[in-house]
Design a protein. Structure first.
Length: 332
């Protein structure tokens, strides 16, 4: 088969491995690319030096195209009173691990917006594909990347976002539906979220923009890929489907949580960065923090979170895991 997406990305199969920060590795990206898909690195939590090392290592492992992903969120404004309330609300959850919350919150991810050092690195190394999440950089930045032969992609969760992506000159749009695990790439979390399903969004974007569309969110197998493409997508992006690969950096607790429950639940919450699909565990339910679900109505602008130390212990139980609806199909 052949379509615009395969030609632009120089891949054999219309399968993109999602760039999951903290889970994606050069080994995973290279394995997917070597198999004919598009492997991806999530650089949202990486410094410039870390990004260089990850890109260089991926290049040593594959001579095929691969994608690097960057976050384009607005920097989180500080509000000491709001942050103090968050810390207090999460204190019972920290108590589960016998630890204390930190005295103040810290910024976890640095935005690519205005990040000149990261831009210069991309222009120097010229990875084959660069994608954006939570927004898009300026048209000037996109043009500079394209002048280096880099294909650009960006995530849209609505028709309006897709139109912005097209107007900015991005090459490919990723239609990320509400079933997605982790953090959907909403440009403005305070705006109107229509919560469109992946397949509904694909059809809407097909009518609204002329860019090649990649479907993302809750797609776990070939049947899902075929369904997305029958509705107008030219490819599909899968994340959780790759978590159990030996090249994934998913820890043992995360892997066990994915495999253990034959009838898993997905908890939709804004308590983790932005509206997010997360594995729901009984221990979370017993955490003594019934407000975990209700925090959706009063989120702090991500990524200010007091959970860095807490997460190290929770990882062993898979409690830090994110996952989409329909993830059980990964093991079918």
């Amino acid at each position: 088969m052949s379509n615009r997406l395969l030609q632009q990305l120089d891949i054999v199969y219309p399968i993109i491995q999602a760039p999951m920060a903290g889970v994606s590795t050069p080994e995973l990206a290279a394995a997917v690319s070597n198999a004919g898909g598009l492997g991806s690195l999530g650089l949202g939590a990486s410094s410039v030096s870390q990004a260089r090392a990850l890109i260089d290592k991926t290049r040593r492992l594959t001579d095929r195209a691969f994608n690097v992903n960057l976050f384009c969120h607005l920097p989180a404004p500080r509000d000491e009173q709001v942050e103090a309330r968050w810390i207090e609300r999460l204190r019972p959850a920290f108590a589960l691990t016998g630890s204390q919350p930190p005295a103040a919150l810290t910024e976890i991810y640095q935005t690519f917006l205005g990040h000149e050092a990261m831009l210069e690195l991309l222009l120097e190394l010229a990875p084959p594909v660069v994608s954006f999440h939570f927004g898009i950089p300026s048209r000037e930045v996109i043009l500079r990347l394209q002048e280096r032969g880099i294909v650009t992609m960006a995530t849209a969760t609505s028709v309006e976002e897709a139109r912005q992506i097209e107007a900015q000159g991005v090459d490919i749009v990723i239609a990320q539906g509400y079933e997605a695990g982790g953090h959907r790439g909403i440009f403005d979390e305070r705006g109107d979220d229509q919560q469109l399903s992946t397949f509904t969004l694909v059809q809407s974007l097909k009518r609204a923009v002329g860019l090649p569309i990649i479907a993302a969110g809750g797609i776990m197998d070939g049947a899902g890929i075929c369904r997305a493409m029958s509705l107008g997508a030219e490819g599909a992006q899968l994340g959780t489907a790759f978590l159990l690969c030996p090249e994934s950096a998913a820890d043992s607790g995360y892997r066990q949580a994915i495999k253990a429950d034959p009838d898993p639940q997905t908890l939709l919450t804004a308590a983790i960065f932005r509206p997010s699909g997360a594995l729901y565990t009984q221990r979370l339910a017993r955490a003594g923090t019934p407000g975990f679900r209700s925090l959706r109505s009063r989120p702090i602008r991500w990524p200010m979170l007091p959970v860095r130390r807490w997460r190290r212990r929770l990882k062993r139980e898979g409690m830090s895991a994110t996952a989409p609806t329909g993830r059980d199909r990964a093991l079918a």
